[in-house]
Ligand binder design. Sequence first.
Ligand SMILES: [Zn+2]
Length: 245
Amino acid sequence: MARKKQHNKDKEEATPASTSAAAASASAPTEEGGEAQPTAAVVAPEEPQPPPPEPHPPVEVAYCGVCTFPLEYCEFGSSLTRCKDWLKEADSDLFDKYYSEEALQAKIGTLSLEAQTKLEKDTAKKEAKAEAKADAAHKKKMASQITIKRIERTKRKFVTSIHGLEAFSIDLKKAAKQFASRFATGASVTKNPQGQDEIVVQGDVSDEIVEMIEGGVGVLKGIPADNIELVEEKKKAGGAGAGGS
Ligand SMILES: [Zn+2]
């Protein structure tokens, strides 16, 4: 029906083909809407626009798996030797890019021999220092003792305290939670009289906790069995307590 009206009004302007095409596509709107449609249809379609220029791809930065710096900065860290070993394994192409003979030549070619020697010495010194530091940290960790103490609070009522886990980078709150759910009892992180954090678990679960730590259960990972010590603290109530057992 819209088609008839179209023909009457736009005879001169538009070719029948374009009118009917426009009318077909615009058959739904009111009669007036039909008038404007053909004109629009005659207008040449817009020139295809040239594709927008490719945006620059983001610069991909490769990070070192050892020192976590971008690869270019490994040499300024204190673990260059380990960084290089890591990269060689991880990506030999990148390794060549940074550390092949040519790459190194291109880089130090501009330095005087004296400066080169100094650079090498500095690097070696830095590395030795860092290694000594890591070594000391490791020794300190290995010397830390975990103390699990069975404490008699009142006759036949015990709590178990665990001290020293933080030296092994264990989250005390998580560990306390783990103990609490494992033994279905209360467990909390508190400060001992010396002001150090420790975990206190309700009940005598000292043997079980030693086993858990030895077995590396859940968050209790990385503690050598040699560093675990089980002690017992008797009630200090004097005469009456001493007679027990
Ligand atoms: Zn590195």
